[in-house]
Design a protein around this ligand. Sequence first.
Ligand code: FE2
Length: 204
Amino acid sequence: MGRIVQPIFIKEFLPNQILNLVYTYSIIKFGNQKKFNIDTSTNSIIWEHGDYLMEALMDLSTPVIEQNVNKKLFPTYSGFRVYDKGADLPTHIDRPSCEYTVALCLGSHPAEQPYEIFIGEKDDSSDYKYYSADGDLERYKIDYKFPMLPNNAIIFKGMDKLHWREPCEHDHFITVFLHYVDQDGEHKDFKYDKRPALGFKRYE
Ligand SMILES: [Fe+2]
């Protein structure tokens, strides 16, 4: 386990024109899917590892994230997720490629309604309960609750802290996850998520 740093909240991550471009791209691409890639862990309608535009966004965001966490970083992989009504995210921690995780909301409908990300830990004395990745209802202490709106981002250490989302009430809520590892850290071998290059499709 690395040293725990506080999550960093960024209210306006992208310039507005870039956000509009990426959101419009997402709607056009995923509005025309012939088949959905349903992620059974979240029931979210779409999950894609390594979409080319999201990989470019991750690569170009590297200096901004480096500045925020004060480390030199390698990008690992981008993950694109469309939550829709009823999708959720059970409590979990991430794998080593996600040493630094950035969750960025690209857009949602309705746009003015936030969708929270919770960060916390197991605590048997807590009244709050939620589902673990195994489907068990367990008790958790909530350390942070970020009500995410379009263009909000949080940077956090996904391997160190449990995180989750309760059921989504939106028609759609689009998040891209940008992942990085410390260039000098113990997970540096996960550069590009062990792919030969960004955008390499391991699963096709
Ligand atoms: Fe995660």
